[in-house]
Design a protein around this ligand. Sequence first.
Ligand SMILES: NC(=O)C1=CN([C@@H]2O[C@H](COP(=O)(O)OP(=O)(O)OC[C@H]3O[C@@H](n4cnc5c(N)ncnc54)[C@H](O)[C@@H]3O)[C@@H](O)[C@H]2O)C=CC1
Ligand SMILES: Nc1nc(O)c(N)c(N[C@@H]2O[C@H](COP(=O)(O)O)[C@@H](O)[C@H]2O)n1
Length: 206
Amino acid sequence: MSVDGKISTYERVQVRISGDEDFRRVDELKCNVDAIMVGVGTILADDPSLTVKSGRCKNPVRVVADSRARTPLDAQILHKGEGKRVILVSENAPLERINALSEYAEIIIAGSTRVDLRAGLRELKRQGIDRVMVEGGGTLNWSLIKEGLVDEIHTYIGGVVIGGRNAPTLVDGDGFSKNEGFPIFDLIDVRRIGDGVLLRWRAKKV
Ligand SMILES: NC(=O)C1=CN([C@@H]2O[C@H](COP(=O)(O)OP(=O)(O)OC[C@H]3O[C@@H](n4cnc5c(N)ncnc54)[C@H](O)[C@@H]3O)[C@@H](O)[C@H]2O)C=CC1
Ligand SMILES: Nc1nc(O)c(N)c(N[C@@H]2O[C@H](COP(=O)(O)O)[C@@H](O)[C@H]2O)n1
């Protein structure tokens, strides 16, 4: 994220926030997880492939949280690189979209109108997927944190200011009210990387 906590511009255009060294760190992380997950908003905005660029290991299983099965059939994630893809959808997703996407990815139906992330992750776990790395965006991050499904947060802060009240931030969604309390994370590591800083946080056990 940027100095001011943004993860893209208000037009949802990707900005290069980190440098080569940090891209390599993120690439390495992918070799230590079973799956990498993003929300469909990120697929629609960035069209990422989420592949391991170094080729040092196999691509992790690539997962999209996509309640209404909006992932485009020509999305890079469905075509670039080897490996399994999973799309988590809700019962609300049109059957024709599910059928079309099932040519490229395993479809898991979890939740009635929105993906039930806990149920989706439970099914992934049943398939042997224990460690999931989430690469955004802010809406999916919010839901996972709200539901207490996040063990660690790794925030790389790069030296650019993006600004804009409508620019996506690390955690969007509705936000917590002061009446309901906030999830607390312990700072477990601080490291300078390139022109920015990597902070690692671990969810406090309550
Ligand atoms: N700087 C960075 O490292 C990154 C930046 N981004 C930026 O983030 C933006 C995309 O973020 P968002 O629009 O917030 O989309 P998002 O990627 O968080 O996806 C949100 C979508 O996921 C689906 N979803 C299914 N079940 C859900 C649930 N239970 N809770 C929440 N979402 C659920 C919904 O269709 C929802 O609209 C883009 O502008 C992209 O460039 C995204 C990833 C990384
Ligand atoms: N680690 C990192 N640093 C930045 O500066 C970024 N802008 C991003 N963006 C996210 O990385 C994903 C790219 O995926 P592929 O290279 O296509 O596999 C994408 O989701 C961007 O939002 N990341």
